[in-house]
Design a protein around this ligand. Structure first.
Ligand code: FES
Length: 125
C-alpha cells in the first residue's frame, strides 16, 4: 500500500498533534521453555520493575512524559536482554540496575542516547 493511499484514507499524520507519551520504553520479558535464548533468562523482569520505579520516582511517568511497558519477544533475542525506546527507536541492552538507571536519567529524562548500551545493528534473533 502506498503512503498516498494511506493519506487519502486517514489524512496526513499531524506531528504537531504530538504523541500521548513523549517517550515509550518496551522491555522484552519473553520466556522460552525450549532452552533457546530469551530475555527473561537475563533478569528482564527485574530490569522492567527497576525502570518503572525509577521513572515514577523521577516524576516522569504519565501522559506527555514516559511510559514503561512490558513486551513479548521483540525478535532481537541474540542481543538480549533488550528494551527499545520510541519515538527514537533506540535499542538497548543492559546488565544491571545501574544500566537501567542510566537509561532513565540520560535518555528517558534528558533525551541523550546511552551509546555504550546500544544493541549492535546486526544482531537479531
Ligand atoms: S526473547 Fe527478547 S527479543 Fe526475543
Amino acid at each position: 500500500m502506498s503512503s498516498s493511499i494511506i493519506a487519502q484514507n486517514t489524512g496526513p499524520v499531524d506531528s504537531a498533534a504530538g504523541s500521548y507519551y513523549e517517550r515509550h520504553i518496551f522491555f522484552c520479558l519473553n520466556q522460552r521453555a525450549n532452552g533457546e535464548a530469551c530475555c527473561a533468562d537475563h533478569r528482564a523482569q527485574q530490569a522492567f520493575d527497576r525502570c518503572k520505579s525509577q521513572v515514577k520516582a523521577a516524576g516522569l511517568a504519565g501522559p506527555g512524559q514516559v511510559r514503561v511497558n512490558k513486551a513479548g519477544c521483540l525478535d532481537r533475542c541474540s542481543a538480549g536482554p533488550v528494551a527499545v525506546v520510541y519515538p527514537e527507536a533506540v535499542w538497548y541492552t543492559y546488565v544491571d540496575e545501574s544500566d537501567i538507571d542510566e537509561i532513565v536519567e540520560s535518555h528517558l529524562k534528558n533525551g541523550r542516547v546511552v551509546e555504550r548500551l546500544l544493541v549492535p545493528a546486526h544482531l537479531g534473533r
